[in-house]
Structures are given as structure tokens and as C-alpha cells.
Design a protein. Structure first.
Length: 175
């Protein structure tokens, strides 16, 4: 898109729900340099995130999975239950192979790891805003595989866990 088109188009509003202040500030600064995106607000927990998203009506919310109170997955489910017209992109440190499918089933529009480059995160935001589902190529490839007979693998066993059980397992694994 040419810079002339960008400047004549209203910026799309981004809300950030992230409990780590340094990472949240990094996202705010990164998005501040994009003429077609503007941060309309931020929150550090589930409750404030939900209230602010309801009030501010952003085009997209960037949501971390681990939040004080309830999880980012709970936030996505609540936003979808309220039928709020906001795109939801998870930006998380948790393994995408384990969580992306859960996020999409809960009503999220995409999943990107925090370790990705700023350029890739911006690309993911724009992709989701344009109506696409965003996940890594590796996750997309594994979703496209549909074995005729499911294998008893560790990943299949993890799929049988509830969201809460998987979160507890992840926390136990980190000590």
C-alpha cells in the first residue's frame, strides 16, 4: 500500500491486553510508528481488558494467554459470548503447537509467538484485520494433515486436556 493511501485511510484501533509492562510498552512503541495502526488502550489483566474492550470497541485486541485473574483464553471466550465485533490475536510465549488450535476454537483470529520479529507481529496484526486467520506455517501445515487413523501421540493426549488442565500442566512444567 502506498504511503498516500495509508495517510488518507483512518488508522485501525489496537488494544493490548498484556500483563508484562515492559513487553506491553514495547508493543505500544512498535505500533506507534505504523501510520495505519493506533493503540487506543491497554490493560494488564482480564477484568480491565474486558471492560476497556467493551468501552473502546477497538478493531483488534492483542491478548496474552497468561493474565492475572482469568486467562487470555477465558477473555477470548467472554468477548465472543458477548458478540463484540473485535478481532482477537494472541501474542504469547506459550508453544503455538499446543495452544493455537485452542485459541481458534475459542474464537480467536490468530496466534503468534512473542519471539517473532516486530515485522512479523505487524504482519500478523494486518493479516487478522484483513479478515484472515493467522498462525505460523508449521501450525498451518500440521492442521492440513488429516491422518485417516489418529495416532496415540503425546500431542493427541494433550488435546484431550481441558484448557485449565493444560494451563496447570504448563505451570507445573515451569516449576
Amino acid at each position: 500500500m502506498s504511503s498516500r493511501l495509508k495517510s488518507s485511510t483512518a488508522a485501525r484501533r489496537v488494544f493490548i491486553v498484556e500483563d508484562h509492562p515492559v513487553f506491553r510498552e514495547g508493543l505500544v512503541r512498535m505500533l506507534g510508528s505504523e501510520v495505519d495502526l493506533e493503540v487506543c488502550g491497554e490493560a494488564g489483566d482480564y477484568e480491565q481488558g474486558l471492560k476497556s474492550i467493551q468501552r473502546l470497541r477497538p478493531n483488534i485486541a492483542l491478548v496474552d494467554l497468561e493474565l492475572p485473574g482469568k486467562s487470555g483464553l477465558d477473555l477470548i471466550k467472554k468477548i465472543r459470548a458477548l458478540k463484540l465485533p473485535v478481532k482477537l490475536l494472541v501474542v504469547s510465549m506459550y508453544d503455538e503447537a499446543l495452544y493455537a488450535d485452542r485459541v481458534l476454537r475459542a474464537g480467536g483470529d490468530g496466534y503468534i509467538m512473542k519471539e517473532e520479529s516486530p515485522e512479523e507481529i505487524i504482519h500478523a496484526i494486518r493479516d487478522v484485520l484483513d479478515g484472515h486467520i493467522y498462525v505460523s506455517e508449521e501450525v498451518m501445515a500440521s492442521q492440513m494433515k488429516s491422518p485417516s487413523k489418529p495416532e496415540k501421540s503425546e500431542e493427541n493426549l494433550l488435546d484431550q486436556l481441558s484448557d485449565l488442565e493444560l494451563n496447570v500442566l504448563e505451570l507445573l512444567g515451569r516449576g
